[in-house]
Design a protein around this ligand. Structure first.
Ligand SMILES: [Zn+2]
Length: 442
C-alpha cells in the first residue's frame, strides 16, 4: 500500500493503517500550524490529507478512529494565554474542489429545503481570506473579549493584542446592534506589510516568516502586546454567533450592518441567483487574486436567507448552508537556469533560482526562493534541471521538486561572499547546531 493507493482499492487492514497515518500527520500539521506558526504541509497537501481521511471513513465507517481528524477543527490552546470558551463553536467549512462539487452543494440544499426548480436559491460569494480566525465578543456595543479559534470550542484570549488592531472597533458605531454578539472574521497581513516585516526580521538576524498567514498568526499570538502593536495586522468581519436578538434577514444584510458598525468587510462579496452566477463570481475573484494585495485561497458560498440557514443547520463539524470552493494549487513546471546568491543587509547569503519565465496562476514568474543550502541538498536541485514550482499563499514562489534531472553539475553554496569576497560561514550556535544561513564575515 502507498499513499497513492486509491481509496476504493484499500483492504480494511490497509484502510485502518492509512487512517492511523493520516490522524498522526494531520495532528502534527495542526500543532505546527497553530502552535509554532510554521507549517509542515502546504495547504494543498493538508486539504488532500483531510479529504483522503474523509473518503476512507466514508467507505469504512466502522474503522473511524476515536482521535479522527474529521471530528477536530484545529489544535488546542497554547500555554501562556488564558483559555476562552466560545459562546457557540467556531466550526470549519466543508470544501468544494470542482464546479461539480458546487452544483452538488446547491442540489443538496434544494432537496433539504424542498425547493422546486422555479424557486430561486440566492447565495453569497466572498473571498476566503487566508489568515487567522478571530471571534470578538461585544456586550452593549463594547469589545469585551477577542479569542482565537483554538479547537473550535475553546481558543486563546488575545484581547490585549486585538485592541492594537485599527480594524477592530473597541466600541461599535450606530446603535442597532444586539446587546450581546460574537463577531467573527479573519486577521491577515497584506503582501506589502509581510515583505517589509520579513526584511526587518532578516536585518535584525531573526527568523523570517514563511508566508503572510504565519506572520499574522505569529504576530497576533504574541505574549508581548508591544510586539503585536508593531505589526501591521488587518481584519475582515464576515460572520457572527450567539446574538441576543436578530438583526438581519440575510447574510448580505448582516455583513452590511458590520460595515455600519465600524468593521472592514470584503468589497468583493457578491450575491448570485444561480450556480452559474456563483461559478462566474468565483472565476472573477480568482482572476483578481494576484492583484488583491493579500492572500485568499478560495471563495466561500453561503445561503443568503438566514431562516434557511437556520433550517439547514449543521452536520458533524460544518454548516450545511456554506462551503469553501478552494482554488487549485498554483503550480507550474519550468527549467531552473541558474542559482544566484543574494546577499542580505546583514550579510546572509540566500540562494535564488533563476527560472525560464513561466505563468503560474496568472502571474509570470522568473525567480523562486531556494531558502538555504540544506533545502537545495534536500531537493537535489542543480542548474539545468526541470523543476516544479508553486505559488500558494506565499509571496515568493518556491521550488517544490525536481521533475527531470538536467544532467548538470552538483551545485554548492560558495564559501566566499559574492559581493566582497570575504569568507562566508555558517555560525555554530550554543547547542552546536549550524545556522541554516551562511553569512558574510566581511
Ligand atoms: Zn560580503
Amino acid at each position: 500500500m502507498s499513499e497513492a493507493t486509491p481509496v476504493e482499492n484499500l483492504t480494511p487492514d490497509e484502510a485502518a493503517a492509512e487512517l492511523a497515518r493520516l490522524a498522526a500527520l494531520i495532528a502534527e500539521a495542526d500543532a505546527a500550524y497553530y502552535q509554532e506558526d510554521a507549517p509542515v504541509l502546504t495547504d494543498a497537501e493538508y486539504d488532500a490529507a483531510r479529504q483522503r481521511n474523509l473518503a476512507i471513513e466514508a467507505r469504512f465507517p466502522e474503522l473511524k478512529r476515536e482521535d479522527s481528524p474529521s471530528d477536530r477543527v484545529g489544535a488546542v490552546a497554547q500555554d501562556g494565554f488564558a483559555k476562552a470558551t466560545h459562546a457557540a463553536p467556531m466550526l470549519s467549512l466543508d470544501n468544494a474542489f470542482s464546479d461539480e462539487d458546487v452544483t452538488e452543494f446547491a442540489g443538496r440544499i434544494r432537496r433539504f429545503l424542498g425547493l422546486d426548480e422555479s424557486e430561486p436559491l440566492e447565495l453569497t460569494a466572498e473571498p476566503k481570506i487566508d489568515g487567522l480566525s478571530l471571534s470578538l465578543t461585544y456586550e452593549k456595543g463594547k469589545l469585551k473579549r477577542a479569542a482565537t479559534r483554538g479547537n473550535g470550542l475553546v481558543g486563546e484570549d488575545v484581547t490585549a493584542n486585538a485592541l492594537t488592531l485599527n480594524d477592530i472597533p473597541t466600541k461599535l458605531a450606530g446603535k442597532d446592534w444586539p446587546d450581546f454578539i460574537e463577531i467573527r472574521g479573519e486577521v491577515y497581513m497584506s503582501h506589502a506589510d509581510f515583505a517589509a516585516l520579513n526584511a526587518r526580521e532578516d536585518q535584525a538576524g531573526r527568523k523570517t516568516f514563511a508566508n503572510p498567514r504565519n506572520a499574522a498568526a505569529g504576530s497576533l499570538r504574541q505574549l508581548d502586546t508591544e510586539i503585536t502593536k508593531s505589526r501591521p495586522l488587518n481584519f475582515f468581519a464576515y460572520a457572527w454567533a450567539a446574538e441576543s436578538a436578530p438583526f438581519a434577514e440575510t447574510q448580505s444584510e448582516a455583513v452590511a450592518k458590520f460595515a455600519e458598525w465600524g468593521f472592514q468587510t470584503n468589497p468583493l462579496m457578491a450575491t448570485a441567483a444561480t450556480v452559474d452566477d456563483l461559478i462566474a463570481t468565483y472565476r472573477n475573484i480568482e482572476q483578481q487574486r494576484a492583484t488583491l494585495g493579500y492572500d485568499i485561497d478560495g471563495v466561500v458560498y453561503k445561503v443568503n436567507r438566514l431562516d434557511w440557514q437556520q433550517r439547514l443547520g449543521f452536520v458533524s463539524r460544518a454548516p450545511r448552508w456554506a462551503i469553501a470552493h478552494k482554488f487549485p494549487a498554483e503550480k507550474a513546471t519550468t527549467t531552473l537556469e541558474e542559482i544566484d546568491i543574494q546577499v542580505g543587509r546583514t550579510g546572509s547569503l540566500t540562494p535564488v533560482a533563476r527560472l525560464a519565465p513561466v505563468t503560474v496562476g496568472g502571474v509570470v514568474v522568473s525567480n523562486a526562493t531556494l531558502h538555504n543550502e540544506d533545502e537545495i541538498e534536500r531537493l537535489g536541485v542543480k542548474p539545468g534541471d526541470t523543476v516544479e514550482i508553486q505559488r500558494a499563499g506565499d509571496v515568493i514562489p518556491q521550488v517544490l521538486r525536481v521533475v527531470q534531472d538536467g544532467g548538470g553539475k552538483v551545485w554548492h553554496m560558495p564559501d566566499t561572499c559574492p559581493v566582497c569576497g570575504s569568507a562566508a560561514v555558517r555560525e555554530i550556535d550554543d547547542k552546536g547546531e549550524a545556522d541554516v544561513r551562511r553569512r558574510c564575515t566581511g
